[in-house]
Design a protein around this ligand. Structure first.
Ligand code: SF4
Length: 299
């Protein structure tokens, strides 16, 4: 049993963290489904109960605009006085650091957990304890990346997913700090349980059938893990009518909508040119979405 395949983070079968769900030795599809059911039940029963919005995982279909939404939320939160910590947990897409105006690359977090066994064994840590070589700082926003697959035969991305999972679980946030993760596209990270310790899942949805279906699946998986705050951000909406149609489709999957980001030519142009995100209107829309989200939580 490899370190990175147990959704509960057990390093080996029969370790203290192992609940004997049977996933790592399941042979048949039925055994896998049963093991997955046991894991979901366990996660639901042990999910942290919190009303705070402090660890936010941004998910969605590839191309839905997750990375742009993370950048917009980061800028909006920074303007609102939050100390934002951003994790690029997508091992393929290289754009987030650039969108935030970060030049150069910090050391990948997967190296931190692989190189420093003692660090990996810690139960909790704060941002101050993460060595600076793993952190880029731009205008008060602290940015880290799990790593990228850059070469053929480099190996699988398990160590990167595991480092994201450990950060979500173990990073202790101080007053005013907020963690936002740009997750890899699709549902694979849910299969690995990376988001398990997030308190909020935002699913970015563009106006397409695939994006809506993926959002529905993500919402079900997130709720199955016991994450209570799950909702969609509609992105790249060209009209109110399109936003309403997308909302109606999401209702069929029981996915609530936290807000809408309208299509922005300015954003499309900066994305094409590889420049930092700067659309004032979109940052304001992201700020409104976040305010609505936190207000809804206090109801
Ligand atoms: S049996 Fe389940 S909980 Fe135990 S190590 Fe295997 S996958 Fe993890």
């Amino acid at each position: 049993m490899g370190l990175f395949h147990c959704p509960l983070g057990a390093p080996y079968y029969d370790d203290d963290a192992c609940i004997d769900c049977g996933l790592c030795y399941a042979q048949t599809p039925e055994e896998k489904v049963e093991a997955s059911r046991k894991i979901r039940e366990y996660m639901k029963a042990h999910a942290p109960r919190t009303t705070a919005v402090s660890k936010v995982a941004v998910c969605g279909k590839g191309g839905s605009g997750k990375t742009t939404v993370v950048a917009l939320l980061t800028l909006a939160l920074k303007e609102a006085g939050r100390r934002v910590i951003v994790i690029d947990a997508d091992e393929s897409n290289p754009g987030l650091g650039r969108m935030l105006g970060i030049e150069g690359e910090s050391k990948p977090l997967s190296d931190l957990f692989c190189e420093d066994g003692l660090f990996a064994e810690r139960e909790r840590f704060s941002m101050d304890e993460i060595p600076p070589r793993f952190v880029s700082d731009v205008d008060g926003v602290r940015f880290m990346a799990v790593g990228k697959i850059l070469d053929p035969f480099q190996g699988c991305a398990c160590s990167m997913a595991e480092s994201a999972r450990q950060i979500v679980e173990k990073l202790e946030l101080k007053e005013g700090e907020m963690l936002i993760l740009d997750m890899e596209a699709g549902v694979e990270s849910f299969g690995r349980g990376v988001e398990r310790h997030a308190d909020t899942i935002l699913v970015v949805v563009e106006p397409s059938f695939e994006s809506i279906v993926v959002a529905g699946r993500i919402a079900r998986m997130a709720q199955g893990m016991g994450i209570g705050r799950v909702g969609a951000i509609l992105n790249k909406m060209s009209s109110e009518a399109m936003a309403n149609r997308t909302k109606q489709e999401l209702e069929k999957w029981d996915v609530k909508v936290f807000g809408t980001l309208n299509y922005s030519l300015e954003l499309a142009e900066t994305a094409f040119e590889g420049k930092p995100v700067c659309s004032r209107a979109s940052v304001e829309e992201a700020g409104i979405i976040f305010k609505a989200l936190t207000c809804a939580m206090s109801l």
